[in-house]
Ligand binder design. Structure first.
Ligand code: ATP
Ligand code: MG
Ligand code: FE
Length: 348
Protein backbone atom coordinates (compact mmCIF):
# COMPACT_ATOMS: atom_id res chain seq x y z
CA UNK A 1 0.00 0.00 0.00
CA UNK A 2 0.89 3.68 -0.30
CA UNK A 3 1.73 5.05 3.16
CA UNK A 4 1.02 8.70 3.91
CA UNK A 5 3.44 10.05 6.53
CA UNK A 6 2.64 13.15 8.55
CA UNK A 7 5.16 15.15 10.57
CA UNK A 8 4.26 18.04 12.90
CA UNK A 9 6.51 17.74 15.96
CA UNK A 10 8.16 21.15 15.72
CA UNK A 11 7.94 23.94 13.13
CA UNK A 12 7.75 21.88 9.93
CA UNK A 13 4.49 20.46 8.63
CA UNK A 14 5.46 17.57 6.38
CA UNK A 15 3.57 15.06 4.27
CA UNK A 16 5.20 12.23 2.35
CA UNK A 17 4.08 9.21 0.35
CA UNK A 18 6.11 6.01 0.41
CA UNK A 19 5.41 2.58 -0.99
CA UNK A 20 7.73 -0.44 -0.77
CA UNK A 21 10.66 1.69 0.32
CA UNK A 22 10.20 4.15 -2.53
CA UNK A 23 9.51 7.85 -2.05
CA UNK A 24 6.66 8.83 -4.36
CA UNK A 25 6.38 12.49 -3.39
CA UNK A 26 6.57 14.81 -0.42
CA UNK A 27 6.02 18.41 0.64
CA UNK A 28 7.08 20.51 3.63
CA UNK A 29 5.78 23.83 4.94
CA UNK A 30 7.74 25.61 7.66
CA UNK A 31 6.69 28.29 10.12
CA UNK A 32 10.38 29.08 10.68
CA UNK A 33 10.05 32.68 9.44
CA UNK A 34 7.28 33.37 11.95
CA UNK A 35 9.56 32.34 14.82
CA UNK A 36 12.69 34.14 13.61
CA UNK A 37 12.04 37.39 15.47
CA UNK A 38 11.63 35.45 18.73
CA UNK A 39 14.95 33.65 18.21
CA UNK A 40 13.37 30.21 18.64
CA UNK A 41 10.23 28.19 18.03
CA UNK A 42 7.10 29.58 19.75
CA UNK A 43 4.88 26.53 20.45
CA UNK A 44 1.51 28.30 19.96
CA UNK A 45 2.59 29.79 16.63
CA UNK A 46 3.86 26.38 15.48
CA UNK A 47 0.61 24.60 16.40
CA UNK A 48 -1.45 27.24 14.62
CA UNK A 49 0.71 26.99 11.49
CA UNK A 50 0.30 23.18 11.41
CA UNK A 51 -3.46 23.66 11.38
CA UNK A 52 -3.19 25.97 8.35
CA UNK A 53 -0.68 23.79 6.48
CA UNK A 54 -2.02 20.31 7.21
CA UNK A 55 -4.29 19.79 4.19
CA UNK A 56 -2.23 21.93 1.75
CA UNK A 57 0.97 19.90 2.29
CA UNK A 58 -0.91 16.62 1.92
CA UNK A 59 -2.50 17.82 -1.33
CA UNK A 60 0.88 19.04 -2.56
CA UNK A 61 2.57 15.71 -1.75
CA UNK A 62 -0.25 13.80 -3.49
CA UNK A 63 0.03 16.09 -6.49
CA UNK A 64 3.77 15.53 -6.78
CA UNK A 65 3.23 11.77 -6.56
CA UNK A 66 0.40 11.90 -9.10
CA UNK A 67 -1.93 10.29 -6.58
CA UNK A 68 -5.29 11.05 -4.98
CA UNK A 69 -6.70 10.62 -1.48
CA UNK A 70 -8.22 7.28 -2.47
CA UNK A 71 -4.75 5.85 -3.18
CA UNK A 72 -3.68 6.18 0.47
CA UNK A 73 -3.51 2.72 2.04
CA UNK A 74 -2.16 3.59 5.50
CA UNK A 75 -1.39 6.68 7.57
CA UNK A 76 1.72 7.10 9.74
CA UNK A 77 2.07 10.08 12.05
CA UNK A 78 4.67 11.40 14.47
CA UNK A 79 3.26 10.90 17.97
CA UNK A 80 6.41 12.07 19.79
CA UNK A 81 8.75 13.44 20.90
CA UNK A 82 8.06 17.10 20.19
CA UNK A 83 5.93 20.09 21.14
CA UNK A 84 2.61 18.86 22.49
CA UNK A 85 0.33 21.36 20.72
CA UNK A 86 2.14 20.74 17.44
CA UNK A 87 1.96 16.95 17.83
CA UNK A 88 -1.76 17.16 18.74
CA UNK A 89 -2.64 18.90 15.49
CA UNK A 90 -0.85 16.27 13.38
CA UNK A 91 -2.30 13.34 15.29
CA UNK A 92 -5.87 14.68 15.24
CA UNK A 93 -5.61 15.21 11.49
CA UNK A 94 -4.03 11.80 10.89
CA UNK A 95 -6.74 10.03 12.91
CA UNK A 96 -9.47 11.82 11.00
CA UNK A 97 -7.92 10.87 7.66
CA UNK A 98 -7.29 7.24 8.63
CA UNK A 99 -10.82 6.88 10.01
CA UNK A 100 -12.53 8.49 7.05
CA UNK A 101 -10.46 6.57 4.48
CA UNK A 102 -10.87 3.35 6.46
CA UNK A 103 -7.12 2.65 6.52
CA UNK A 104 -4.77 1.68 9.39
CA UNK A 105 -2.96 4.29 11.49
CA UNK A 106 0.60 3.98 12.85
CA UNK A 107 2.17 6.16 15.56
CA UNK A 108 5.82 6.80 14.79
CA UNK A 109 8.78 7.99 16.87
CA UNK A 110 10.16 11.17 15.29
CA UNK A 111 13.78 10.06 15.66
CA UNK A 112 13.09 6.70 14.03
CA UNK A 113 11.84 8.84 11.16
CA UNK A 114 15.18 10.65 10.96
CA UNK A 115 16.89 7.23 10.79
CA UNK A 116 14.52 5.84 8.15
CA UNK A 117 14.98 8.95 5.97
CA UNK A 118 18.22 7.46 4.73
CA UNK A 119 16.50 4.35 3.35
CA UNK A 120 14.57 6.48 0.84
CA UNK A 121 17.83 7.38 -0.89
CA UNK A 122 20.13 4.45 -0.14
CA UNK A 123 17.84 1.44 0.32
CA UNK A 124 17.33 -0.83 3.34
CA UNK A 125 19.64 -0.33 6.33
CA UNK A 126 22.17 -3.09 6.95
CA UNK A 127 21.67 -5.06 10.17
CA UNK A 128 23.39 -3.99 12.36
CA UNK A 129 24.31 -0.39 11.70
CA UNK A 130 25.62 2.44 13.83
CA UNK A 131 23.45 5.54 13.81
CA UNK A 132 24.54 9.01 14.87
CA UNK A 133 21.44 11.16 15.38
CA UNK A 134 22.32 14.84 15.49
CA UNK A 135 19.38 17.19 15.52
CA UNK A 136 17.97 20.27 17.18
CA UNK A 137 16.91 18.40 20.30
CA UNK A 138 18.91 15.17 20.28
CA UNK A 139 22.43 13.82 19.97
CA UNK A 140 22.73 10.05 20.31
CA UNK A 141 24.79 7.09 19.15
CA UNK A 142 22.56 4.12 18.48
CA UNK A 143 23.03 0.51 17.55
CA UNK A 144 20.17 -0.29 15.17
CA UNK A 145 19.20 -3.76 14.01
CA UNK A 146 15.82 -4.18 12.26
CA UNK A 147 14.22 -0.76 12.69
CA UNK A 148 10.65 -2.09 12.45
CA UNK A 149 11.11 -4.97 14.86
CA UNK A 150 14.06 -4.69 17.20
CA UNK A 151 14.66 -2.50 20.23
CA UNK A 152 17.15 0.31 19.61
CA UNK A 153 20.30 0.24 21.77
CA UNK A 154 21.57 3.61 23.06
CA UNK A 155 25.35 3.60 23.33
CA UNK A 156 25.48 7.27 24.29
CA UNK A 157 23.46 10.46 24.47
CA UNK A 158 24.12 14.10 25.19
CA UNK A 159 24.26 14.86 28.89
CA UNK A 160 23.18 18.48 28.30
CA UNK A 161 22.61 20.36 25.02
CA UNK A 162 22.12 18.76 21.61
CA UNK A 163 24.60 19.59 18.83
CA UNK A 164 21.96 21.55 16.88
CA UNK A 165 21.00 23.45 20.02
CA UNK A 166 24.67 24.39 20.46
CA UNK A 167 24.79 25.78 16.90
CA UNK A 168 21.48 27.61 17.37
CA UNK A 169 22.45 29.18 20.71
CA UNK A 170 25.97 30.19 19.69
CA UNK A 171 24.62 31.67 16.44
CA UNK A 172 22.38 33.89 18.52
CA UNK A 173 25.34 35.12 20.58
CA UNK A 174 27.28 35.70 17.34
CA UNK A 175 24.37 37.81 16.06
CA UNK A 176 23.58 35.36 13.23
CA UNK A 177 19.99 34.75 12.08
CA UNK A 178 17.76 31.89 13.24
CA UNK A 179 18.03 28.95 12.64
CA UNK A 180 21.66 29.05 13.67
CA UNK A 181 23.01 25.81 12.20
CA UNK A 182 22.77 26.78 8.53
CA UNK A 183 23.98 30.33 9.37
CA UNK A 184 27.09 28.99 11.15
CA UNK A 185 27.72 26.63 8.22
CA UNK A 186 27.56 29.51 5.72
CA UNK A 187 29.70 31.85 7.80
CA UNK A 188 32.30 29.11 8.42
CA UNK A 189 33.08 28.87 4.69
CA UNK A 190 35.21 32.01 4.89
CA UNK A 191 36.85 31.12 8.21
CA UNK A 192 39.86 29.25 9.58
CA UNK A 193 38.84 26.16 11.58
CA UNK A 194 42.12 26.34 13.55
CA UNK A 195 41.72 30.00 14.53
CA UNK A 196 40.19 29.32 17.96
CA UNK A 197 41.04 26.26 20.07
CA UNK A 198 37.56 25.43 21.36
CA UNK A 199 37.34 22.44 23.73
CA UNK A 200 36.44 18.88 22.63
CA UNK A 201 34.10 17.93 25.49
CA UNK A 202 34.03 14.34 26.86
CA UNK A 203 36.89 13.11 24.71
CA UNK A 204 39.28 12.43 27.62
CA UNK A 205 40.43 8.90 28.40
CA UNK A 206 38.31 8.75 31.53
CA UNK A 207 35.14 10.25 30.06
CA UNK A 208 32.03 8.26 29.18
CA UNK A 209 33.08 7.17 25.72
CA UNK A 210 29.89 7.63 23.77
CA UNK A 211 28.15 10.38 25.70
CA UNK A 212 28.25 13.95 24.40
CA UNK A 213 28.27 17.36 26.04
CA UNK A 214 27.86 20.63 24.19
CA UNK A 215 26.96 23.13 26.86
CA UNK A 216 30.59 23.83 27.84
CA UNK A 217 31.49 24.37 24.20
CA UNK A 218 28.56 26.79 23.86
CA UNK A 219 29.83 28.69 26.93
CA UNK A 220 33.40 28.89 25.56
CA UNK A 221 32.12 30.26 22.26
CA UNK A 222 29.97 32.81 24.09
CA UNK A 223 32.94 33.85 26.26
CA UNK A 224 35.16 34.17 23.20
CA UNK A 225 32.61 36.52 21.59
CA UNK A 226 32.21 38.48 24.82
CA UNK A 227 35.97 39.02 25.16
CA UNK A 228 36.11 40.56 21.69
CA UNK A 229 33.21 42.85 22.53
CA UNK A 230 34.77 43.97 25.81
CA UNK A 231 37.95 44.89 23.95
CA UNK A 232 35.81 46.80 21.47
CA UNK A 233 37.05 44.61 18.60
CA UNK A 234 35.00 43.43 15.71
CA UNK A 235 34.10 39.76 16.03
CA UNK A 236 36.06 37.53 13.60
CA UNK A 237 32.79 35.77 12.93
CA UNK A 238 33.89 33.42 10.17
CA UNK A 239 36.83 32.15 12.23
CA UNK A 240 34.61 31.64 15.29
CA UNK A 241 32.00 29.81 13.23
CA UNK A 242 34.57 27.61 11.47
CA UNK A 243 36.30 26.75 14.75
CA UNK A 244 33.03 25.93 16.52
CA UNK A 245 31.87 23.79 13.60
CA UNK A 246 35.23 22.00 13.60
CA UNK A 247 34.96 21.21 17.33
CA UNK A 248 31.44 19.82 16.95
CA UNK A 249 32.28 17.81 13.83
CA UNK A 250 35.47 16.47 15.44
CA UNK A 251 33.73 15.19 18.58
CA UNK A 252 30.76 13.71 16.71
CA UNK A 253 32.74 11.84 14.08
CA UNK A 254 35.52 10.70 16.42
CA UNK A 255 33.03 9.03 18.76
CA UNK A 256 30.90 7.58 15.98
CA UNK A 257 33.88 5.94 14.25
CA UNK A 258 35.22 4.61 17.59
CA UNK A 259 31.79 3.08 18.31
CA UNK A 260 31.75 1.34 14.91
CA UNK A 261 35.21 -0.08 15.55
CA UNK A 262 34.48 -1.25 19.08
CA UNK A 263 31.23 -2.95 18.06
CA UNK A 264 32.55 -4.32 14.78
CA UNK A 265 29.88 -2.47 12.79
CA UNK A 266 30.70 -1.74 9.15
CA UNK A 267 28.17 1.02 8.42
CA UNK A 268 27.69 4.44 9.97
CA UNK A 269 24.49 6.37 9.27
CA UNK A 270 24.47 10.06 10.19
CA UNK A 271 20.98 11.58 10.37
CA UNK A 272 19.04 14.58 11.72
CA UNK A 273 19.26 18.29 10.94
CA UNK A 274 22.95 18.62 11.86
CA UNK A 275 23.79 15.87 9.32
CA UNK A 276 23.19 18.69 6.83
CA UNK A 277 26.31 20.44 8.14
CA UNK A 278 29.02 20.54 5.49
CA UNK A 279 31.91 19.94 7.89
CA UNK A 280 30.15 17.10 9.72
CA UNK A 281 29.56 15.44 6.34
CA UNK A 282 33.12 15.99 5.10
CA UNK A 283 34.85 14.84 8.28
CA UNK A 284 32.58 11.80 8.62
CA UNK A 285 33.46 10.91 5.03
CA UNK A 286 37.20 11.33 5.66
CA UNK A 287 37.28 9.36 8.90
CA UNK A 288 35.00 6.55 7.70
CA UNK A 289 37.11 6.11 4.57
CA UNK A 290 40.27 5.88 6.69
CA UNK A 291 38.62 3.31 8.99
CA UNK A 292 37.09 1.22 6.18
CA UNK A 293 33.55 2.03 7.32
CA UNK A 294 30.71 2.61 4.86
CA UNK A 295 29.09 6.01 5.45
CA UNK A 296 25.48 6.82 4.70
CA UNK A 297 24.03 10.33 5.02
CA UNK A 298 20.57 11.25 3.69
CA UNK A 299 20.31 13.98 1.03
CA UNK A 300 20.10 17.48 2.56
CA UNK A 301 16.33 17.80 2.07
CA UNK A 302 15.64 14.63 4.03
CA UNK A 303 17.97 15.55 6.93
CA UNK A 304 15.70 18.19 8.47
CA UNK A 305 12.11 17.43 9.49
CA UNK A 306 9.83 16.11 6.77
CA UNK A 307 6.86 13.79 6.22
CA UNK A 308 8.67 11.38 3.90
CA UNK A 309 10.76 10.03 6.77
CA UNK A 310 7.62 9.30 8.81
CA UNK A 311 6.06 7.56 5.81
CA UNK A 312 9.28 5.53 5.49
CA UNK A 313 8.84 4.19 9.04
CA UNK A 314 5.15 3.52 8.43
CA UNK A 315 6.07 1.59 5.29
CA UNK A 316 8.59 -0.54 7.25
CA UNK A 317 5.96 -1.24 9.93
CA UNK A 318 3.35 -2.22 7.33
CA UNK A 319 5.79 -4.55 5.62
CA UNK A 320 6.82 -6.09 8.96
CA UNK A 321 3.16 -6.87 9.60
CA UNK A 322 2.94 -4.59 12.62
CA UNK A 323 -0.36 -4.12 14.40
CA UNK A 324 -1.76 -0.61 13.74
CA UNK A 325 -2.34 1.91 16.54
CA UNK A 326 -5.77 2.08 18.17
CA UNK A 327 -7.71 5.21 17.18
CA UNK A 328 -7.43 6.51 20.75
CA UNK A 329 -3.61 6.50 20.61
CA UNK A 330 -2.21 9.68 22.18
CA UNK A 331 0.88 11.84 21.78
CA UNK A 332 3.98 11.35 23.94
CA UNK A 333 5.94 14.65 23.89
CA UNK A 334 8.99 13.16 25.62
CA UNK A 335 8.92 9.61 24.24
CA UNK A 336 12.23 7.78 24.69
CA UNK A 337 13.53 6.09 21.54
CA UNK A 338 13.09 2.40 22.24
CA UNK A 339 11.12 1.22 19.25
CA UNK A 340 10.27 2.89 15.92
CA UNK A 341 6.54 2.54 16.59
CA UNK A 342 5.22 4.52 19.52
CA UNK A 343 2.49 2.08 20.43
CA UNK A 344 2.78 -1.60 21.28
CA UNK A 345 2.99 -3.55 18.03
CA UNK A 346 2.33 -7.21 17.53
CA UNK A 347 4.41 -8.36 14.61
CA UNK A 348 3.16 -10.97 12.22
P1 ATP B 1 14.58 16.78 17.00
O1 ATP B 1 14.65 16.03 15.72
O2 ATP B 1 15.69 16.46 17.95
O3 ATP B 1 13.24 16.72 17.63
P2 ATP B 1 14.37 19.10 15.37
O4 ATP B 1 13.35 18.28 14.68
O5 ATP B 1 14.10 20.52 15.70
O6 ATP B 1 14.83 18.33 16.68
P3 ATP B 1 15.89 18.81 13.01
O7 ATP B 1 14.84 19.38 12.15
O8 ATP B 1 16.26 17.41 12.81
O9 ATP B 1 15.67 19.07 14.54
O10 ATP B 1 17.17 19.71 12.83
C1 ATP B 1 17.16 21.08 13.11
C2 ATP B 1 18.52 21.41 13.64
O11 ATP B 1 19.50 21.18 12.63
C3 ATP B 1 18.66 22.86 14.08
O12 ATP B 1 19.33 22.89 15.32
C4 ATP B 1 19.50 23.46 12.97
O13 ATP B 1 20.28 24.56 13.39
C5 ATP B 1 20.36 22.28 12.58
N1 ATP B 1 20.91 22.40 11.24
C6 ATP B 1 20.26 22.45 10.06
N2 ATP B 1 21.11 22.63 9.03
C7 ATP B 1 22.36 22.71 9.58
C8 ATP B 1 23.68 22.91 9.08
N3 ATP B 1 23.91 23.06 7.78
N4 ATP B 1 24.70 22.93 9.96
C9 ATP B 1 24.48 22.76 11.28
N5 ATP B 1 23.28 22.58 11.83
C10 ATP B 1 22.23 22.56 10.99
MG1 MG C 1 12.61 22.69 12.28
FE1 FE D 1 13.74 16.38 13.88
Amino acid sequence: PVVLGIESSCDETGAGLVSDGRLLGHAVASSMDEHARFGGVVPEIAARAHLDSFMPVIREALGRAGLGMADIGAVAVTTGPGLSGALQVGLAGAKTLAFSLGVPLYGVHHLAGHVAADTLEHGPLPDPCMVLIVSGGHTSLLLVRDLARDPIVHLGDTVDDAAGECFDKVARVFGLPYPGGPAIDRSAREGDPRAVAFPRPLTGARDARYDFSFSGLKTSAARWAEQHRLRGEELPLADGAASLQEAVADVLTRKAVAACREHGVGTLVVVGGVAANSRVRALAEERCRAAGIALRVPPLKLCTDNGAMIAAVGDLLVRAGAEPAPLDVSIDPSAPLEYAALHPVALA
